[in-house]
Design a protein around this ligand. Structure first.
Ligand code: AMP
Length: 113
């Protein structure tokens, strides 16, 4: 499958996924290869390739994505034990899917880095 539009297909429900939250601007779904008991990806419904494509016009989407991540952490009851939020960017940041996404990871003690 073409990885360039895999998240677009998930958002439009053209391929199966476990969507945990969706509104007009944001979709959140379970990572297919979870690194912890809770591993959810939060994406904008409108395509943005990565953090380098954030500008004055679309910056608000980042706070929407972050706020959604915090709400999901609370809903999953990992907010008190703690969690990590990651956004990978490009090659050195190990971004594999060229579609802006937040990783929300928790449910166990994570390694230091
Ligand atoms: P990144 O390395 O930051 O680009 O992360 C991409 C993430 O997308 C990885 O954690 C993958 O496990 C995840 N992923 C890839 N394909 C799917 C899929 N079809 N459904 C859910 N998560 C996926």
């Amino acid at each position: 499958m073409n990885i360039n539009n895999i998240f677009q297909k998930i958002i439009k429900k053209k391929i199966p996924s476990e969507i945990v939250y969706q509104n007009k601007k944001i979709t959140a779904f379970k990572d297919i290869s979870p690194k912890a008991p809770i591993h959810i990806l939060i994406v904008p419904n409108k395509f943005i390739k990565n953090l380098n494509y954030i500008n004055k016009k679309n910056i608000c989407i980042l706070s929407e994505m972050l706020y959604t991540s915090i709400k999901i952490a609370k809903k999953k009851k990992i907010h008190k034990s703690g969690y990590r939020i990651i956004i990978n960017c490009n090659k050195n940041g190990c971004q594999k899917i060229p579609y802006l996404h937040i990783h929300l990871i928790g449910g166990k003690k994570l390694n230091n880095f």
